[in-house]
Design a protein around this ligand. Structure first.
Ligand code: ATP
Ligand code: MG
Length: 256
């Protein structure tokens, strides 16, 4: 079966909250070992689709396969245990707790103190801020620093699939680069990344595979550069406008 060979496969996913469907039938596969990016306008259903992955929202129809295991019906905890960890769109650290306490919370599924200590040591090496600001309240960190601590917390479970919902939201260009570099290095370390991003150009440049979601349906999918270089998509979703469509047809590489 195709679904048992894909790393993560969305199959006929329909999902919503009350009356109507927000996700209206979505099929695609996330390849193992790469960065996959979901782009699309505000309200197109990107976060909703990620909530289905983490088990926070049960789809009305369809199935989601992770390495051949059906995820629909599993609790968020069971999905975490399978190695799928999500960093949500809004900042999610406990502001009154210290940086270190927050990071340790990422290991709440683990029992063995030795394993937790070992992972904390690894995470401190990857993200020096976890050691430097260990005893500071998480709420005293800047938005970008909090994002890095959220990444550190998610790595405590050594996930196979890291799901990130708009990690660069609200960050200045320099911090944004740091966050993107961090995503690249998590991926180089062997973790598959599924990413939703508003900074679509930068995200697509580092993505192996990308899908464009529009009004709950897949408008387009392909390699990051295929989506990036699609003139219509460029004009509509990548910061262009209809008036600049003619210019966007053959953009200079430096413009991208
Ligand atoms: N908890 C909820 N209850 C009811 N409706 C919701 C809920 N969360 C989202 N929606 C609706 O679902 C639609 C899609 O929202 P979603 O957050 O998935 O979009 P998005 O693509 O992530 O947008 P953004 O780029 O702004 O983050 C919107 O119309 C939104 O109002
Ligand atoms: Mg969203």
């Amino acid at each position: 079966m195709a679904e048992s060979t894909a790393f993560l496969r969305f199959e006929g996913i329909v999902a919503g909250y009350g009356g109507g469907d927000v996700i209206k039938g979505v099929d695609f596969s996330v390849p193992q070992g790469g960065v996959t990016c979901i782009v699309g306008p505000n309200g197109s259903g990107k976060s909703t689709l990620l909530k289905v992955v983490s088990g926070l929202l049960r789809p009305r129809l369809g199935q989601l396969w992770f390495k051949g295991t059906p995820l629909v019906g599993l609790t968020p905890r069971e999905i975490l245990q399978l190695g799928v960890v999500q960093v949500p769109q809004n900042h999610s650290l406990f502001r009154e707790m210290t940086v270190e306490q927050n990071v340790e919370l990422g290991a709440f599924l683990l029992k063995d103190r030795k394993v937790i200590a070992e992972r904390l040591k690894n995470v401190r090496e990857i993200f020096p801020i976890v050691a430097e600001r260990a005893k500071d309240k998480a709420g005293s960190l800047s938005g970008g620093q909090q994002r890095i601590v959220e990444f550190a917390r998610c790595l405590m479970l050594e996930p196979e699939l890291v799901v990130l919902d708009e990690p660069s939201m609200g960050l200045d260009p320099k911090t944004l680069r740091l966050v993107f570099d961090t995503i690249k290095s998590m991926n180089s370390a062997g973790r598959t990344v599924l990413l939703v991003e508003q900074n679509a150009r930068q995200a697509l440049r580092m993505s192996h595979f990308a899908v464009v979601l529009e009004n709950g349906l897949l408008r387009l999918s392909g390699s990051g550069s295929e989506v990036l270089n699609n003139p219509e998509i460029g004009a509509l979703y990548l910061g262009g406008s209809i008036e600049t469509t003619s210019k966007a047809v053959s953009p200079a590489p430096s413009e991208l």
